[in-house]
Write a protein that binds this ligand. Structure first.
Ligand SMILES: [Zn+2]
Length: 414
């Protein structure tokens, strides 16, 4: 139900509408924009579209103007302009075209232009030095990223960088790819909704790319270790020289020792319970875990969904310039070509995608609904999404993102 000036009216549907609209600036310049209107209510017996100024103001947007034109600003940028219906009228008119999801997918993949804050979030909250190097070291990053002189404090950064992790690194350093490989098994404590309790992280010392596997029990470590050895042989045409790991029982057992012997791999074990000696993988795991907790918190997702930000952050890490590699990304260090980062989006943001019948809540549900972006799944060039109503997790290639909207948060904002 909604209260209008005269009475209370039954709302039939509520949702989001994308529009294409020409914004007229005061200096007679104009540009086309595709903003969205939200919430949009549908009333069965209403034959006129009405725009509520109060709703705009409630959403922290600004309205300015005079009796010739009203201008609506979002984040200080003009998004809509309205003119009087006829000269002298106090009713203002908005010229627009309502977009279908199909036409949006064909036209654009992003609702908002990117800026420093968006790229800071795309890259998993890195330092400004990394963002400065980004356009030079990867493909698809905006060349216009400007580091602001005065920045709004980033809550996720503050939360993620609070604990100080000091892990003295082993003196042993590799001289070629896969000569030394670090392994670390992290106990997540909080079970993921799909029953995972552990993450096995494998990091190449020389080129720094990282692979990560979700495990239901510690004893699954050996299965993934075998698979990794096969992957390196077949895909990288290389063999592993030495594996470094801590004294955990998942590594110090007869089956694991036999696997190492069968593949001619040496091992370097840190003192039991002195995890710090296996510094590279351990430090990376702690950094990723901090960011995972921050990302869940900022997107209002429960801790039990840690698997998704974890996989996403490993993907982002492999695409991030690293000082130790002379600002190359781990991706380039391994493959000798620069990665494309144009596909990265803000984790947990909203998206609009065409939904097939099996994903929709029921056959009568709209074909396009708001869904949550869950990052980049390992091994896919597509995006992972979560349908709030049906709890359905699915992968899709084409969608429209709104990186300022967080559907899982009560007010849609971070
Ligand atoms: Zn940050």
């Amino acid at each position: 139900m909604i209260q209008t000036a005269n009475n209370v009216t039954q709302v039939e549907e509520a949702g989001t509408v994308f529009i294409t609209h020409t914004v007229l600036l005061w200096n007679s310049k104009a540009y086309e924009k595709t903003p969205y209107l939200q919430p949009v209510y549908y009333f069965n017996r209403l034959n006129t579209h009405l725009l509520s100024m109060g709703e705009f103001l409630n959403n922290e947007q600004l309205i300015t103007g005079d009796n010739h034109q009203l201008m609506f600003l979002r984040n200080k940028l003009p998004v809509l302009t309205c003119q009087p219906h006829v000269v002298g009228s106090t009713t203002f008119w908005l010229n627009l075209m309502i977009e279908s999801v199909q036409s949006l997918l064909a036209k654009t993949r992003m609702v908002y232009a990117t800026d420093y804050s968006i790229w800071h979030q795309h890259m998993g909250h890195p330092s400004d030095d990394i963002l400065r190097k980004l356009p030079e070291m990867v493909k698809g990053a905006s060349k216009l990223i400007t580091i602001p002189m005065a920045k709004k404090p980033c809550e996720a950064c503050a939360k993620g960088k609070m604990p100080s992790h000091s892990f003295p690194l082993l003196v042993l350093r590799a001289m070629k790819p896969f000569q030394i490989v670090h392994l670390d098994l992290k106990d997540i404590i909080k079970r993921s909704f799909n029953e995972y309790y552990y993450v096995l992280t494998i990091l190449d010392d020389f080129t720094s790319p990282t692979w990560s596997f979700n495990l239901k029990k510690k004893s699954d470590t050996i299965i993934h270790a075998w698979q990794f050895v096969a992957y390196i042989k077949n895909q990288q045409n290389a063999s592993i020289g030495t594996w470094c790991f801590d004294g955990g029982t998942e590594f110090l057992n007869d089956a694991f020792k036999t696997m190492l012997c069968d593949n001619g791999i040496l091992s370097e074990t840190s003192v039991p319970y002195m995890h710090q000696q296996n510094g590279h993988a351990e430090r990376l795991n702690c950094t990723i875990m901090d960011k995972v907790q921050s990302m869940c918190f900022r997107a209002c997702l429960p801790d039990t969904m840690w698997k998704f930000p974890w996989d996403h952050m490993i993907h982002v890490y492999n695409h991030t310039p690293i000082h130790r590699l002379k600002w190359q990304t781990p991706y380039e260090a391994l493959r000798s070509n620069k990665p494309d980062v144009s596909h990265l989006r803000v984790f947990g943001c909203g998206a609009y995608v065409f939904l097939s019948e099996d994903v929709r809540a029921n056959k009568l549900s709209p074909k396009s609904e708001t869904i949550v972006y869950l990052g980049q799944p390992a091994g896919y060039k597509r995006f992972c999404f979560y349908h709030i109503t049906t709890w359905h997790i699915f992968i899709s290639a084409t969608t429209v993102f709104d990186e300022t909207f967080f559907p899982h948060c009560l007010d849609g904002k971070q």
